[in-house]
Design a protein around this ligand. Sequence first.
Ligand code: FAD
Length: 394
Amino acid sequence: TRARIVILGGGFGGATAARFIKTFLPEASVTLIEANSAYIACPFSNLVVGGERDIAEQTFGYDQTAAAGITVVHDTAIAVDATRHTVTGQSGAIWGYDRLIMSPGIDFRWDAIEGYGEEAATVFPHAWKAGQQTLLLRRQLEAMQDGGTVVMSVPPAPFRCPPGPYERASLIAQYLKTHKPRSKLLILDAQDQFSKQPLFEEAWAELYPGIVERRGAQDFGRVISVDPAVRSLATEFETVTADVANVIPPQKAGSIAHNAGVADATGWCPVDPVTFASLLQPDIHVIGDAIIAAPMPKSAFAANLQAKLCALQVSRLLAGLPPQPVPLTNTCYSFTSSNTAISITGVYSAGESGFRSIEGSGGLSPMNADSYVRENEAMQAKTWFDTITRQAFG
Ligand code: FAD
C-alpha cells in the first residue's frame, strides 16, 4: 500500500522535508500541513529591521510545493494522536499517517519575563518570528528621534539563531549611525558569552564606535521584568527606559510538539540523532529548532540539513533498510553591516552519544580581515539564502 507521510510545519525544516521525501519516495502520499499561506523567512530579516531589505524578498509561497505532487493544506494542527497516528486541524479535518515529520519551530515562554506577554509584544516587539513583528520594529526605529535609546533584551540559551541578536544589533547600529547618530543601542544580555563574540565586538568597535553598549549576565544584563506602559525594562540591578525596545523572550519547542508528547521537561524535543525519531513517541520524527541537537545550533541551515537526512532515513525505514549515520554541518552567516558578513561553521557526528562536534573541524572567519574578506562573505551569505530557499520552496 501507498505510504502516508504527513509533514507538520512548512518552514525551513518541514518544507524541505516534504520536497525531499517526495523525491526519494515518488509513490508515497505526502501531505504538508502549514498554518500560513505564505512563509516569511527569518534569515536576512535583520536587514529589513535595519532598513536595507524589503520584506517581500523574505516571503515564499507553496505553489512549487504543490506542483511537486505534495498535498499542501493550510490549517493549524491542534492535536496529534500518537497512538492512533492522526493529526487534527482547527478546521476539523483529520489526517492519518504512517510516519509524521514535525518541524514546528519555536514558541515563546510568555511567563518568563514579568510583564512580557503577547500584548506587550505589540509595544516591545520580539521580531523573532518574521512578519508583522519585523515591520513593527522597523517602523519604531524609523519613528524614533535622533538621540534616542534602543534597548535589546537577549534571552539565555538555547534559543533560535544564537548569533541573530548580535547581527540585529549590528544592523540597528548601522541605521542609527547613518540616520540618527546621537542615538545609542544598549544590549541587555542574559548570556555572558555569545556566538562569534570577538568578531562582532571587533565590528562594533570599528564600524559603530560609541553606539553599541552591552551588559552580559555577570553585569546583571538579564531582563527580569518589563513595563511597556512606561517603556521600562528592569534587571536585578537597574531599570532603564527605552525609546524602542526589542525584547527577545526565552523560547521552547512549538506548542504542537508539547501537545503531541514529543517535548520533555526542558521544553524541547529529544530525538534519535540518526533518524530524528522522537525518543518519546515512535513513528513521529522531529527536526529543526524544536529538537535538542546541541552543539548544533537552532538555524535554518541546520533545519534544512536535518530535513534532508530525516527524509533519507524515513525512506530507508519504509523500504525495510537500516538507517545510515551521516555527519552533519552548519554554517551561520551574520551581517555586520549591509555589505559585510562573518561566519561560523561546525561539523558534527551523529550516533549513540548524540550530536558531537568533530574535533579539529569547523571554524570562524578570521579576525582583523581586510574588508574584501567580509564583503566576500556577505556575497556567500546571499548565495546561501537563495540556495536554501529554493530547496525549501522551489
Ligand atoms: P520555522 O521555520 O519557524 O517553521 C515552522 C513552521 O511551522 C512555521 O511556518 C509555522 O507556521 C508552522 N507551524 C507551527 N505550528 C503549527 C501548527 N500547529 N499547525 C500548522 N503549522 C504550524 N538561520 C540561519 O541558518 N541563518 C541565518 O542567517 C538566520 N538568521 C536568523 C535571523 C533571525 C532574526 C531569526 C529570528 C532567525 C534566524 N535564523 C537563521 C534561524 C531560522 O529562522 C530558524 O532556525 C528556522 O526557521 C528553523 O526552521 P524550523 O522549520 O524549525 O521552524
